[in-house]
Write a protein that binds this ligand. Structure first.
Ligand code: HEM
Length: 154
């Protein structure tokens, strides 16, 4: 239960088929606030959440493989927040839509993906590791760009 005065808005934008709205990158100060280790911890939590989520079937099937996947994703998020180009160095050009093409990503799967991310963000919020403005900018990025990954109908 939250009795605080948080102004964070985790509402999810509706997906409209064929529309890929313009994406704004997260504020670089989100990375400055929580640090690279904070991003890696966030992605660890997120991937462990995905491992137990209703969309686990599209992800790797062992915790070890999920840890590795989480670290690749962390490389990407550090980079998109203005940090070192770890993803480019380790995995090559992002080409996110192409990388997601082998997986069946439906509007419904996107909802679970976003809700799982929201849960992973909670310790950052509770421990006030970043400002609400920066957390909101990170969420807004996920909210919009996740629409771009959808490649299948429900
Ligand atoms: C903001 C939107 C998203 C971003 C930035 C993102 C980012 C990434 C990254 C960086 C990878 C690793 C690619 C690699 O190492 O080659 C990845 C993989 C993957 N993503 Fe996403 N993703 C997004 C949305 C989604 C959504 C909505 C789903 C499904 C509901 C999804 C499912 C997957 C799957 C199944 C993989 C392959 C397994 C893995 O390596 O994690 N992604 N994503």
């Amino acid at each position: 239960m939250n009795f605080g005065t948080s102004s964070l808005d985790f509402s999810i934008l509706p997906y409209i088929e064929g529309v890929n709205p313009p994406v704004t990158k997260p504020n670089p100060s989100f990375l400055t606030d929580i640090g690279e280790e904070g991003i890696r911890d966030l992605l660890d939590r997120f991937y462990m959440g995905l491992f137990e989520s209703p969309i686990k079937n599209i992800f790797p099937t062992t915790k070890e493989a999920m840890n590795i996947a989480g670290q690749h994703s962390a490389d990407f998020f550090i980079q998109i927040c203005g940090g070192p180009q770890y993803f480019n160095q380790n995995r090559g050009a992002p080409q996110m839509r192409g990388r997601h093409a082998p997986f069946r990503i439906t509007p419904h799967a996107r909802l679970h993906w976003l809700v799982t991310f929201e849960e992973a963000l909670q310790p950052i919020i509770e421990n006030k590791l970043s400002s609400e403005e920066n957390i909101q900018s990170f969420w807004n990025y996920l909210n919009v760009f996740s629409q771009w990954m959808i490649n299948s109908k429900d």
